[in-house]
Design a protein around this ligand. Structure first.
Ligand SMILES: [Zn+2]
Length: 126
């Protein structure tokens, strides 16, 4: 849990720095930070799997269940990383709703989440 606390603290620091930026840039740096944190969580889980496997081979401790849990954790983290990365690439070309912060694909006129009219959509001559 200590590691998680540290990650949260550094996240808060970076987010407050990013707070000076506005809109998409801020959302993007938050998500990039999230990916970085998720990746470091994956790394430490990999390390844990390594240690557990080592103990199992060397000392004969039965770590099978723990290893299974760690592997599931890695899978979940990797899925989350993919989702965030997908959002990042969508956001790079997309339009962020000024009301609800949902990212809409480029050229969208109305927000897919709240129906708010999007500025970039209007700029396309409607
Ligand atoms: Zn919206």
């Amino acid at each position: 849990m200590k590691l998680l606390d540290q990650a949260m603290n550094s996240a808060k620091q970076v987010i407050s720095t990013a707070g000076r930026k506005t809109g998409t840039a801020m959302e993007l740096s938050k998500m990039k930070l999230q990916v970085m944190q998720l990746r470091s969580q994956v790394q430490s889980t990999y390390e844990r799997i390594g240690t557990l496997t080592y103990e199992q081979q060397k000392v004969g401790t039965d770590n099978y269940d723990l290893i299974v849990v760690c592997i599931q954790e890695v899978d979940e983290l990797l899925t989350e990383i993919n989702e965030v990365n997908a959002k990042i690439s969508e956001m790079k070309d997309g339009v962020v709703c000024s009301r609800c912060r949902t990212v809409n694909p480029a050229g969208t006129v109305y927000c897919k989440s709240c129906g708010n009219r999007l500025k970039k959509g209007r700029a396309k001559g409607e």
